[in-house]
Design a protein around this ligand. Structure first.
Ligand code: GTP
Ligand code: ZN
Length: 307
């Protein structure tokens, strides 16, 4: 039987079957022996093949994982050489942002976009809480939307409490698997509750020896909001980590810079101080937005983000 992993506790996996039933599965031993550098061989979003454990008619076993289109990995804080697979098979990375209560900085937005670029996942910036904006906030958002649009990024302006907006969001998400991220307080849970409100896919809680007494990691959880349309909530994960991005690669993940890279005077230009830099020239004539270049510099300086 084929299904999709919607939740995992580390040793148990909840799998959504085609008939909408959710079953709890364990992994077959061989996965644990794999030499992958991950703490969890199976993650939320994986399509898997399962069967009923022959020696029991109630236990399910994951026997195979279908090839992943992509996946998001974080470094495990405990075992640095290992990564933790956060989610897989994602079509859209949605950043829920807000300009008031709280304010999401452009630096934070750009970090998110760069990470999504590195994972080759299209992204959407969702400016939420529009009902709270005054004229100034509104024009600030419009300016940002235009800047991002000129680079090729889509935005959505909305309020969690506006049904027409929620409907528009549903249309954008239709047929896709979308991962939601955002600062605390931007309205991510409110939005997800609107999208998932009448879903009864509640997974059975499993008592889990392996995790007893251990401070459990936050795991992502996925919901099917309509046929073939999934949303992934990532509790406690504010931003996607800038996984494995080398300094010299960073500009490749800024689409407006990417096309200029070969035109700098020095082939190893870092675009920070060198003469004859095509990116700085584009900045000076307005083709690279100043806010984006500032984000580039701050990410370039910030060693922590490349671990
Ligand atoms: N005015 C307004 N308030 C909103 C909107 N969306 C959410 N809120 C409110 O903002 C507060 C935070 O919303 P949450 O959905 O809990 O935000 P969150 O991003 O999930 O934050 P955490 O739960 O801390 O992760 C709540 O009081 C919501 O009612 C909106 O579109 N407009
Ligand atoms: Zn340069």
């Amino acid at each position: 039987m084929k299904g999709r992993v919607i939740k995992s506790t580390g040793s148990w996996y909840s799998v959504l079957l085609e008939n909408k039933e959710v079953v709890n599965c364990r992994l077959r031993g061989k996965f644990k022996l794999d030499k992958q550098k991950v703490t969890n061989p199976v993650t939320v979003g994986d399509w898997v093949e399962i069967l009923v454990e022959p020696s029991s008619d109630t236990e399910y076993i994951i026997t195979d994982i279908y090839p992943r289109d992509n996946y998001i990995i974080r470094k495990s804080p405990k075992k640095l050489a290992y990564g933790h697979l956060l989610a897989s098979n994602i079509d859209l990375a949605v950043l829920v942002a807000s300009v008031v209560y709280p304010k999401t900085s452009t630096g934070f937005i750009d970090r998110f976009l760069v990470t999504a670029e590195a994972y080759r996942i299209p992204s959407l910036i969702l400016f939420n809480k529009k009902d709270l904006w005054d004229e100034e906030a509104r024009s600030f958002v419009e300016e940002m939307v235009n800047t991002y649009k000129s680079i090729g990024y889509s935005s959505l302006i909305m309020s969690s409490f506006n049904d027409v907006d929620i409907q528009k969001l549903r249309e954008v998400l239709h047929g896709k698997t979308s991962l939601f991220s955002g600062h605390s307080g931007v309205g991510k849970s409110t939005l997800l509750n609107k999208l998932t409100g009448n879903i009864t896919q509640k997974t059975q809680e499993v008592s889990d020896f392996a995790n007893k007494g251990v401070h459990t990691t936050t795991f992502a959880e996925m919901f099917e909001i309509e046929k073939n349309t999934f949303v992934i909530d990532t509790p406690g994960i504010k931003e996607l980590a800038l996984a494995e991005i080398e300094e010299e690669e960073l500009s490749h993940y800024f689409p407006e810079m990417r096309e200029l890279i070969g035109q700098c005077k020095y082939h190893n230009c870092t675009h920070t101080h060198e003469p004859g830099c095509a990116i700085v020239e584009a900045l000076n004539n307005g083709k690279v937005p100043a806010s984006r270049y500032n984000s580039y510099l701050s990410m370039y300086d910030d060693e922590d983000n490349r671990r």
